[in-house]
Each structure stands twice: as C-alpha cells, then as structure tokens.
Design a protein around this ligand. Structure first.
Ligand code: FAD
Length: 451
C-alpha cells in the first residue's frame, strides 16, 4: 500500500557514511523543494562518521556498549581517494587544491563532514542514542523502535516508524576462530578490531592470521613502525602481492605450542604476538529475528532486493545500506541511498515479490563466477551502475579502471603502492605526491597531510 507523506516516518540507524548518505539525499531533496517525511537518525557515538571516528578505547565504551571503531592511528586509506570520490562534492571542491591519493583517516572524515555540511544533513541525527530493539507490528504494518539516551542514561519512550533504514556497518564485531593451543600462547592475542597503534609492536615478531585488507595493512603498518618480522597465515593461499623482506606468507595456522606456531605445510616459527585479521560478523542484535540480515561478508548478501530491500518479512519498508563486502565504498553507499530515498518518496515503485526474488537469485548465481579481485570489482561495478541507471543518479560512478591500476601497483610493491598518484574521474585533477614516501611518513595528522 502506498503511504501518504503524513503516514511516513523514517528511522535511520547509524550515522556513518551509509546513514549520512541517506540523510544527505533527503536533505538535498528537501532543499530542492520536495516534501520529505519526518526523519530521525539514531547514532550511538558522540559524532557522525562511523568507523572514521577514531576511538582510543577498546572493548566497551564509557556506556558499557561494544566499541564501534576498528580503525587505528596512522591509517592511510587502502584505496586511492579517486575510487570513492563523490561526483557532486569532489576533493578539489573540499580542499581547494590537489592532495595525495591515499589520505589519512582524519582527512577523509573532514571531507565527509564537508559534504554533509552543504545540506546540513546532521540536523536529523540524535547523537549518543543507541537503538536497542526494533520490531515489525503486523497489525499497523509499521515498526516500533526502542532507543536509549546514553548521556542521560535513560530508555526513551518507544517510537513508531513507517520505514527503517539499517546503516550500522559490518566491521565492528570480530570473527575469531579457534586454533588449537591459542589459549596457552604466552604473548598478546588480539583481533584487528582492537588494534590501535603499530608502535606497540616495535621490535616484535608477529603472526598475522588472515589475507584480506586488514591483514595486509596491519602487517605493513607494523613493519613500518619497526616490527622485526611478520608471518601472515592464510587459508586461501598466497595473496599475490609483493611484500618487503620482513613479511612472509604461510598457509593456514594448524596449532600453537608455547610461542611456536605451526602451519599446515609442516613449517613453524616463533612469534611474540598473534593478531587475528579474520574479519567481522554482520551483527544486528537490536533487530527482531524476522528482520535480521544473516550473512557472511559477500558482495551480494541474501534476501536483499538490489542489495537494499529486506524481502523476507514485512512490508518492504525495511532497508539496509552498505551491507556488501566493499570494493566501491562511499559512492556505492551514496547511490544505494539515493535509490532508497526515491523508493521511499514513491518516485520508484518496487516490483512484485516474485520478481524481486528472481532478481536476487540471478545476482547470487553470478557470484559463482567471482574468483578474483578483478571479478569482484567487475561484479560490484555492474551492481553500482545498475542502481545508477534505475534511480537516475546523475553521475557515472564506474571507476573500474582505477581498481585495475591499484591492483597492478599492489602486485608491483606493497611498500610503494601508496606513493602512486591517481587522476580524478570528475575533475581531471591528478593528485599530488606526499612530501614523503608512505614508509617514511610517520605523522598522520591533518596538517602534515594537507598542509
Ligand atoms: P560504519 O562506518 O561502521 O558506521 C555505522 C554507524 O552505525 C556507526 O557510527 C555506529 O556507531 C552506528 N551504530 C551501530 N550500531 C548502532 C545502534 N544500535 N544504534 C545507533 N547507532 C549504531 N573504506 C574506504 O572507502 N576507504 C578506506 O580506506 C577504508 N579503510 C577501512 C579500514 C578499516 C580498518 C575498516 C574497518 C574499514 C575501512 N573502510 C574503508 C570501509 C568502511 O566500511 C567504510 O568506509 C564506511 O565506514 C562504512 O560506512 P557505514 O556507514 O556503512 O558503517
């Protein structure tokens, strides 16, 4: 049933890049003279920005809630910024000059804030407010949301919404498989979620378990900051990257005895620290079971039409943004949000259930052919472009060729891959070189990077 504007109330959960893209488009549509429904965004942290907010804490926050942050000091982006530049708010526009291609965390957060400010997107956000429970009410065909004001330490009265947009991210709840003997290891065992500063590991020998972005980046960071040796253990075989001599790859870890770690190929080595870079679990403990996305980290999660609409239960007014494994990031969240806003405002009509199910099945079947980085980028490019076409998004977001360059650079040398420069698709500006190579640049402050 189509809802009138008066009957609509939108609840966005999470004010990271995904949730803020929803708010950005709603605010922009309002600015363009469209009527938009009442919107509330609940954010458990004290500011918008999601993972891009650094938190020195690990474990639980000052309110006893799990820490969201999985980012660390000295983090430079692992993608060139040209891969996730907003066409309607370019890096040139924000910084007024060319800056290097792999900015630090603080620089990216500044850029995001700049875009949100142009339409005052933060006006919808209730900070320090955590969503505790969401249910669907079959009688009214709407949702009830229970949230808690963490400043006042008070549960808020339940509120009713016609639409729920879940944008709580999926890189905050660690996946930590058991390895025989790990409980007897005499040194530090941590997950990348709790990794905050590579200087802690200066002079140490590390075992890094995993083979994706976190494993790559944390290994390199630790060597940059003086770790003596890093052994990366991976289930899925060699990463195919060109590492410095201090980093070696081994097959899957088999067991740990004292400080000695044994691998599937019969080799072993001694280490001082074990870092799990074994990924994260999609966790939505605030959603009723029938609303909860259950998925591994994949580029096409199940039961989401166009990767957005929850088709399993209820009224197709529960949406998820940013739940895919990510090659495209900010721009993917942006076109997903634009698509979702147009659906909410009734400017696009969803097809029948059966058509949505068939569409999902078609995408998921195609996943069988995705076996490499290039395949995954191809797949996600098509997905993003499909959303662009359907929603009438004004820009072409295809930057597949930049990912190809990135892949080549990483295979040539992980040490120098962040020293490369890329050209903006939208302004034609070629980024400038950082004054120092990545491996020699230790100051990650905004000033050091931009000025
Ligand atoms: P998040 O950024 O995770 O934001 C989710 C928000 O929801 C948070 O603010 C959180 O506090 C809030 N929230 C959660 N639960 C609740 C609740 N119950 N109630 C209220 N609020 C809640 N991407 C890039 O583009 N470039 C990079 O270089 C890059 N590097 C990365 C490095 C690391 C270590 C990690 C972990 C990720 C990196 N990413 C990078 C990917 C990152 O996922 C995205 O850039 C982006 O942060 C995802 O945005 P999001 O809004 O979907 O989720």
């Amino acid at each position: 049933m189509a809802l009138s504007m008066e009957m609509m109330r939108i609840c966005v959960i999470g004010a990271g890049p995904s949730g803020m893209s929803m708010l950005y488009h709603l605010a922009k549509m309002e600015e363009q003279g469209k009527r938009i429904p009442d919107v509330v965004c609940y954010e458990k942290q004290s500011d918008c920005g999601g993972l891009w907010n650094f938190d020195w804490r690990t474990g639980v926050d000052e309110h006893g809630e799990p820490i969201h942050c999985s980012m660390y000091r000295h983090l430079w982006t692992n993608l060139p910024k040209e891969c996730f530049e907003f066409p309607d708010y370019t890096f040139d526009q924000h910084f007024g000059k060319a800056i290097p291609s792999f900015p630090t965390r603080e620089v990216i957060l500044d850029y995001l804030n700049g875009r949100w400010k142009t339409v005052n997107a933060k006006k919808f956000v209730r900070l320090n407010t955590i969503v505790k429970n969401v249910i669907h009410n079959p009688d009214k065909d709407n949702f009830t949301v229970w949230a808690r004001d963490q400043d006042d330490e008070k549960d808020l009265p339940p509120e009713q919404f016609s639409h729920i947009v879940v944008a709580t991210g999926h890189y905050s709840f660690p996946n930590m498989p058991y390895f025989k003997g790990v409980e007897t290891f005499p040194g530090r065992v941590l997950h990348s979620h709790d990794f905050r500063d590579a200087r802690e590991f200066t002079g140490k020998r590390l075992l890094v378990i995993g083979s994706r972005y976190s494993a790559e980046d944390i290994s390199l960071q630790c060597v940059k900051f003086g770790a003596t040796n890093v052994v990366c253990s991976s289930r899925s075989g060699p990463m195919g990257l060109k590492w410095p001599a201090e980093i070696q790859e081994r097959p899957l870890l088999e067991r740990i005895e004292g400080q000695t770690v044994y691998f599937k190929d019969g080799t072993s080595t001694e280490v001082d620290v074990v870092i799990y870079c074994t990924g994260y679990k999609h966790t939505f403990n605030f959603l009723a079971d029938n609303l909860r996305l259950q998925t591994e980290n994949t580029i096409y999660p199940p039961n989401l039409y166009k990767g957005i609409i929850w088709v399993k239960a209820g009224n197709k007014r529960l949406m998820y943004i940013g739940m895919q494994d990510q090659y495209y990031t900010m721009t993917m969240f942006d076109v997903q949000s634009f698509w979702a806003c147009r659906v909410i405002l009734g400017e696009m009509i969803l097809p029948e259930n059966a058509t949505m199910e068939t569409d999902i099945a078609r995408w998921i079947q195609r996943l069988e052919n995705v076996t490499s980085f290039a395949d995954a980028v191809d797949f996600q490019t098509e997905y993003v472009m499909d959303l662009c076409r359907e929603s009438g998004y004004q820009h072409n977001l295809d930057v597949k060729y930049l990912f190809t360059d990135l892949d080549r650079n990483r295979k040539e040398s992980m040490i120098t891959c962040r020293d490369n420069v890329f050209k903006s698709k939208f302004t034609g500006t070629v980024s400038n070189k950082h004054t120092k190579p990545f491996m020699d640049a230790f100051d990650d402050s905004y000033d050091a990077f931009v000025n």
